[in-house]
Design a protein around this ligand. Structure first.
Ligand code: PMP
Length: 361
């Protein structure tokens, strides 16, 4: 098969075609280097330029000030569930976790192994359909940090504005909506994100952290689990995912060519609106998340029965609309439409949905 299908996978997910084409063109030999990016030393001048390019690209796109460090780590966002509390949650302290879905729950589970946690809000009732209102969040002013998940990939629930956490550092798992819209970076002390949705392949995790946090890190952590190690060595203490960082660099260039995050945000709003409008206009399809918290990245919805959902995904797959099955833990349909997902794919899905409802509704 040489034709590309419409890939609605939640991650690893669709990447921009121009990025894939450039990587393909330079697969055997980076221009002027005579080797592929996978074959060069991570301590070479060539790779220095690549990692510096990825960092500069992210800094520019996200407006990351100089007093923040940018790290490219491994172990996925899942390792950050542990590494973040190991570095920043003192054993006798407490951290606030706001739980808006399945990934936040996993982060909470690991933090509990390290120190005290206060579940400042838990939106599990009703099956994670929204983010809490200010008066539903029970913050501890002495907390080491407040942790949120900016976009819950499984439920399709997204924060539209940061919660007000006062002077407590705000930490976020932004794995599934990083680079999808502009963010007020200065409101965050730490952001982490696996690359495999909006940035590149799996196997590289971005961590952005504010300098002043480094003083809080306790002595005696394992070297690889200590953020100081990676800050002091510019993410090159050990061998990083060189290929992944190379792709992130290319994705940043692609984003800048498109007009940066303001342009991306507009496109994502439009693409997701097409789908939500189709869902809202029908009584056959039922959106999962509340309208004011629904994700521009992962559009989740149900059909009248599980049997129909099965039929829906099978027929969609046969028509080249792949990856629409909801996460195994919640069922239903999930259309992941990250930055690189084309608008025509969303239009194709909307047409398919109308036709499917006509035949089965
Ligand atoms: N957090 C969120 C919001 C995610 O979507 C995912 C992966 N889908 C993870 C964490 C876990 O990421 P990883 O597989 O990179 O460990």
């Amino acid at each position: 098969m040489t034709e590309r299908i419409f890939n609605f996978s939640a991650g690893p997910a669709v990447l921009p075609v121009p990025v894939l084409e450039e990587a393909q063109r330079d697969m055997l030999s980076l221009p002027g280097v005579g080797m592929s990016v996978m074959e060069i030393s991570h301590r070479s001048k060539t790779f220095d330029k690549i990692i510096a390019g990825a960092e500069a690209g992210l800094r520019e796109l996200l407006g990351i000030p100089d007093n923040y460090r940018i790290l490219f780590l491994q172990g996925g966002a899942s390792l950050q569930f542990s590494m973040v509390p190991m570095n920043f949650l003192p054993a006798d302290g407490s951290a606030d976790y706001i739980i808006t879905g399945s990934w936040g729950k996993k982060a909470l589970k690991e933090a509990k192994k390290v120190g005290g946690v206060n579940v400042a809000a838990n939106m599990a009732d009703g099956g994670f359909t929204r983010v809490p209102a200010t008066d539903e969040i029970n913050l501890n002013s002495q907390a080491a940090y407040v942790h949120i998940t900016t976009n819950e990939t499984i439920e399709g629930v997204q924060w539209k504005a940061e919660p007000n956490v006062g002077s407590v550092p705000l930490f976020a798992d932004a794995s599934s909506d990083i680079l999808s819209h502009r963010i007020p970076m200065e409101k965050y002390a730490l952001i982490y994100a696996g690359a495999q949705k909006n940035m590149g392949p799996s196997g590289v995790t971005l961590v952005i952290l504010r300098d002043d946090l480094l003083q809080r890190i306790p002595e005696g952590l394992h070297t690889m689990l200590d953020f100081k190690t990676h800050v002091e060595n510019n993410s090159l203490y050990n061998t990083p995912n060189t290929w992944g960082i190379y792709i992130i660099d290319l994705v940043c260039k692609w984003l800048k060519d498109k007009g940066g995050l303001a342009a991306m945000e507009r496109e994502n709003d439009e693409k997701s609106r097409l789908l939500y409008d189709a869902i809202d206009a029908s009584s056959f399809y039922r959106g999962h998340a509340d309208a004011d918290a629904r994700s521009t990245m992962n559009v989740t919805y149900r059909l009248p029965s599980e049997a129909l959902e099965k039929k829906f995904t099978a027929e969609a797959t046969a028509q080249g609309l792949d990856g629409l099955k909801g996460h195994r833990s919640v069922g239903g349909i999930r259309a992941s439409i990250y930055n690189a997902f084309p608008r025509e794919g969303v239009e194709a899905l909307v047409s398919f949905m109308m036709e499917f409802e006509r035949k089965n509704g």
